[in-house]
Design a protein around this ligand. Structure first.
Ligand code: FAD
Length: 384
């Protein structure tokens, strides 16, 4: 890190979405912030570039507030309906934005567009924000753990947004666990024969959990297929025509014939959980502190909730103590953040884990019971 620059009050580590948004949020609170934010390579090891995110309304509001949404408006696709189906026995229920009084259930954006929008917002200039494009060096981490309660990385507050493989989490001494789902998420984009109409579809089938998500082009969808390793290997080895035919058949040709637009990518699915989201003056945000099964598209949204919770605690402290002399890494602020996340994060992580097990189990009677429940919801909605 550049020792010639004045010492910041906060250091944010992580060149991804949560890193850039945390740096923006802190500097907009008037906190001098150094963002250790290396530019992402065109292809990341975890194939994140191929992903599309379903952004929840609360996430969109945060992006609006941070000035990022304006760069995304022309690329985002509103999701107006979700169709959730079980393949055998056949059952389905729908969720409609109109029923909830919302214009959209979510906004679909692709990783590269969201990252570019974050970068453009930072480049437009934000007072109090300095960026370092070099990643943390080994020498920056000497004595990191011993210094966590004092001035880690030379700052009052460190925000660790360095992703699922977080070096800062590993070096902090926090306890964490890694649970392997024995599945991979295979991701690819397809051109559809029929327009998607803003409809997102998900099928729970014998091969795995398949989602086709609408992108801005009215005839392009993003696929996430969570499958066992053997099926993932088959899908990855398939020709573009065979892959499109297989996904067309798995989706019951919901959008007609498909044409593969990209090489598929695959990423192993794991749940990472920590015992606490705070160590000394360091707060974890995003995948550095938790990963979840992608079946509900909640991972990034959960990270955004971390950032909202941290921002709320910092704002509350500023309101009572004033902006001058305020210590962003004070124990009271980070304890309140840790308490908030100690409830919210496991609720989502274990809730999704339970949902995954419930929807994937083939215990006798369970598929039929699921079908009955889904069909009942579907017909109730149809009769209102
Ligand atoms: C298949 C799939 C589909 C998904 N779909 C959805 C969805 O629809 N909706 C949703 O909400 N979520 C979804 N997710 C989850 C979502 O992708 C993640 O939760 C999100 O990308 C995490 O962002 P992050 O910034 O915390 O971490 P990352 O994206 O991993 O970013 C971490 C960054 O830190 C950088 N870094 C690492 N080490 C250092 C260092 N020492 N110094 C500086 N920088 C460093 C990395 O290079 C990277 O740029 C999905 C996940 C998967 C696997």
């Amino acid at each position: 890190m550049n020792r010639a620059q004045p010492a910041p009050s906060a250091v944010v580590v992580g060149g991804g979405i949560l890193g850039s948004l945390s740096a923006l949020a802190l500097s907009r609170l008037g906190i001098d912030t150094r963002w250790v934010g290396p530019r992402e390579p065109a292809q990341r090891d975890d194939a994140a570039q191929a992903r599309a995110y379903a952004l929840a309304p609360s996430t969109v509001r945060l992006l609006e507030r941070l000035g990022v949404w304006g760069h995304l408006i022309d690329t985002a696709q509103p999701v107006v309906r979700m169709e959730i189906s079980q393949v055998a026995p056949r059952a389905r229920f729908d969720v409609l934005a109109a029923d909830l009084g919302e214009p959209a259930l979510a906004q679909m954006v692709v990783h590269a567009d969201l990252m570019a929008a974050c970068e453009a917002t930072v480049e437009a200039g934000v007072s109090g924000l300095q960026r370092t494009e070099a990643p943390l060096a080994e020498s920056d981490l000497i004595g990191f753990r011993d210094n966590l309660a004092h001035r880690p990385l030379g700052a009052s507050l460190v925000v660790a947004a360095d992703g699922a493989q977080s070096v800062l989490r590993r070096r902090s001494g926090l306890l964490w666990s890694r649970r392997d789902y024995g599945q991979q998420a295979v991701v690819a984009a397809f051109r559809t024969e029929q327009p998607h109409g803003g409809v997102a579809c998900q099928w729970f089938g014998p091969a795995g959990i398949l989602a086709l998500l609408p992108l801005r082009d009215p005839q392009v969808v993003s696929m996430v297929f969570s499958v066992g390793h053997a099926t993932a290997a088959t899908l990855m080895a398939a020709s573009p025509q065979d892959l499109a035919a297989r996904i067309g058949s798995e989706s019951g040709h919901r959008f007609g014939e498909l044409q593969a637009l990209s090489e598929p990518t695959a990423v192993p699915l794991v749940m990472i959980a920590v015992n606490r989201m705070v160590a000394g003056r360091m707060a974890l945000v995003g995948d550095a502190g938790h990963t979840v099964h992608p079946l509900a598209g909640l991972g990034l949204n959960l990270g955004m909730q971390d950032l909202l919770a941290l921002e709320a605690q910092l704002l509350a402290a500023q309101t009572t103590q004033g902006v001058k002399g305020f210590d962003p890494g004070a124990g009271r602020i980070l304890r309140a953040y840790a308490c908030n996340r100690a409830v919210a994060v496991p609720t989502v992580q274990w809730g999704l884990d339970a949902l995954y097990r419930f929807m994937s189990s083939s215990l006798p009677g369970l598929p039929a019971a699921r079908a009955w429940g889904m069909q009942a919801i579907h017909s109730l909605k149809g009769s209102t």
